[in-house]
Design a protein around this ligand. Structure first.
Ligand code: SF4
Ligand code: SF4
Length: 343
């Protein structure tokens, strides 16, 4: 077995799925199919103290819709007071002027607002929520007025793959700080609806190629996330010393996910539980979890065995492989690489 790569002594980032509740029901949602007993505010506070002790640097609050849990503000405030950078992902529905002011007073470091289509009708239908497009735009404008950094988030799918120009233009017109195009993840409802919304590998190649080209002329920053298969389009290791950290997926090497009931998983899209924050020690789980060890030492499988990019890609996004193929090692089902003999 390949030796374990060098990793930080604790996760630098926690994706904290703070609640199962949400006021929407989006077609691609990884969390609508999850349920459990949510942590109390007291338990959330105990968990936050463990993050502080472990010197976690960033918490990305997500859900569900985080703003539906009143405990979000005191917990986020405590995190901020202890020097942790905080981000919030929201559908924007609950962000009125008072809420924007409250977020500014934390102060929140960045708010990610989801917009799935530049066409209000398509966005509203995809989210099963009439009026949600207008609310998201209003939220962005109110957050801007408070001087909050805003990222517009769009999950790429068959719904919007032909309108990336329009989404970029919308982001530019809203004067957001950044637009992030996220890869469609076949998890939760996203898995159930993948035949309708996921793209074929060749379509991922064409779409990413197009967006990378648009990055050169757009007036705002366009982020494609940490998708390992992007190495096929030229992502390279700048610093050989960082290779262990920058190769493959950052999940389980730089970050972990905590679910609303305290369960810990390698990433938000994967329901493979490595422990629970209420009863388990974070540094111990991080160091000793057999699941994390396996994910950090992925072996080439199938076409990855012939692929010259394996050292950088490590088989792609393991949640895609796990959720679709039911195993840990690649290749990522979104990968378009083919060996010469398969072309
Ligand atoms: S994607 Fe977000 S807004 Fe949509 S249902 Fe899921 S948690 Fe709610
Ligand atoms: S074949 Fe495997 S290692 Fe190569 S790019 Fe595809 S998923 Fe990554």
């Amino acid at each position: 077995m390949k030796s374990e790569p060098l990793i930080p002594s604790t996760p630098l980032t926690i994706a904290w799925n703070f609640t199962y509740s949400c006021n929407m029901n989006c077609e691609h949602c990884y969390s609508r199919t999850e349920q459990g007993k949510e942590l109390t505010q007291g338990q959330q506070s105990r968990i936050l103290k463990k993050f502080i002790k472990a010197k976690v640097m960033n918490i990305n609050f997500g859900g569900g819709e985080c703003l539906m849990r009143p405990s979000f503000f005191p917990i986020a405030q405590l995190a901020k007071k202890n020097g942790i950078s905080i981000a919030l992902s929201s559908n924007g529905w609950l962000i009125n002027d008072a809420m924007a002011q409250k977020l500014a007073s934390l102060p929140i470091d960045v708010v990610n607002i989801s917009i799935d289509s530049a066409d209000p009708y398509k966005h509203n239908k995809f989210r099963s929520t009439p009026g949600s497009f207008k609310k998201a735009i209003t939220a962005i404008n109110l957050l801007k007025q408070q001087g909050i950094r805003i990222k517009m988030m769009s999950v790429l799918s068959r719904l919007n793959y032909q309108e990336v120009e329009e989404l970029i233009k919308l982001a530019e017109s809203l004067n957001v700080d950044e637009i992030e195009f996220k890869n469609y993840k076949p998890a939760g409802k996203g898995l159930a609806n993948s035949s309708q919304y996921d793209l074929e590998p060749i379509e991922w190649k064409e779409l990413y190629t197009k967006i990378i080209d648009m990055q050169k002329s757009a007036s705002i920053s366009i982020n494609l996330g940490a998708e390992p298969i992007l190495c096929l389009l030229g992502r390279s290791i700048n610093n050989e010393d960082d290779k262990d950290l920058t190769s493959g997926s950052p999940c389980g090497k730089l970050s972990l996910c905590v679910k609303p009931n305290g369960d810990v998983t390698p990433c938000v899209y994967m329901n493979l539980v490595i422990g629970n924050m209420l009863k388990d020690d974070l540094p111990y789980m991080w160091k000793n979890s057999a699941i994390l060890k396996q994910l950090r030492c992925r072996k080439p499988e199938g076409k990855c065995k012939q692929c010259p990019h394996f050292e950088l890609c490590l088989g792609g996004c393991f949640s895609n492989t796990y959720n679709i193929l039911g195993r840990m090692d690649g290749p990522d089902p979104h990968c378009w690489w083919q060996s010469k003999k398969d072309k």
